[in-house]
Design a protein around this ligand. Structure first.
Ligand SMILES: [Fe+2]
Ligand SMILES: [Fe+2]
Length: 219
């Protein structure tokens, strides 16, 4: 018999066990990652956890934020032909390097995760997406500026020092830098990326300081 002491009035919805576990730093058994990639995932999770704490997000949100850091690259080192087989047709058009996000989201969905915002955050962490929630937006930033990244070290360090209190502005800086990088290499700009940029351009200017950062984090 379930104990009558368990509180049915908890307002926060229960988190999926795989999100709870990843929130504790556990890599799922189905992950395919090198040691270096695993360390990157842990650094991204640490950054997200730190930002969630300083923005005073509710505890279950902090778990989701850390879990997204751990799970976003969980299939990064799986072979593209394997990932491609798991994807829905409209995502199958993506180049090899972009498959691991949608494939990880698909795998989480198969495991029973039905948190749509979380799944979208994982699926579109590389491309960006106009409908990313606060967590998805924070993941885009953390993935790009985590301290293990070797390129543009000074630029990234200065953006880390402004997070999370200037979250909206740093996010725009990161999305712009990624788009400029894509253009500089004459690569394809995906509509999801442009869509995120346009949403940010329309939302700006943001309320300054922590109030604006928290609002974006909880959107
Ligand atoms: Fe990734
Ligand atoms: Fe990553």
């Amino acid at each position: 018999m379930p104990s009558s002491k368990t509180s049915p009035s908890d307002s926060a919805p229960a988190l999926h066990p795989q999100i709870e576990a990843a929130g504790r730093g556990e890599i799922p058994p189905w992950a395919r990652v090198s040691r270096g990639r695993r360390e990157h995932m842990e650094r991204v999770a640490r950054l997200l956890g730190k930002w969630a704490r300083s923005l005073k997000l509710p505890p279950e949100q902090a778990v989701r934020w850390r879990a997204a850091g751990i799970l976003h690259d969980a299939l990064k080192n799986e072979r593209p032909e394997v990932l491609r087989r798991t994807l829905v047709p409209e995502l199958d058009r993506l180049p090899d390097a972009l498959l691991h996000g949608p494939a990880a989201a698909r795998r989480l969905e198969e495991e029973g995760v039905d948190d749509e915002d979380f799944l979208r955050a994982v699926a579109f962490h590389t491309l960006g997406h106009p409908e990313l929630c606060g967590l998805g937006r924070a993941l885009v930033v953390a993935d790009y500026i985590e301290p293990g990244r070797r390129d543009r070290k000074k630029w990234k360090k200065s953006r880390r020092s402004r997070m999370p209190q200037e979250f909206p502005v740093v996010l725009r800086d990161v999305v712009r830098a990624r788009i400029q990088g894509t253009l500089g290499r004459d690569r394809t700009l995906h509509p999801e990326t442009v869509g995120l940029w346009n949403v940010l351009a329309e939302e700006s200017p943001w309320e300054p300081g922590t109030a604006g950062a928290r609002k974006m984090a909880l959107r």
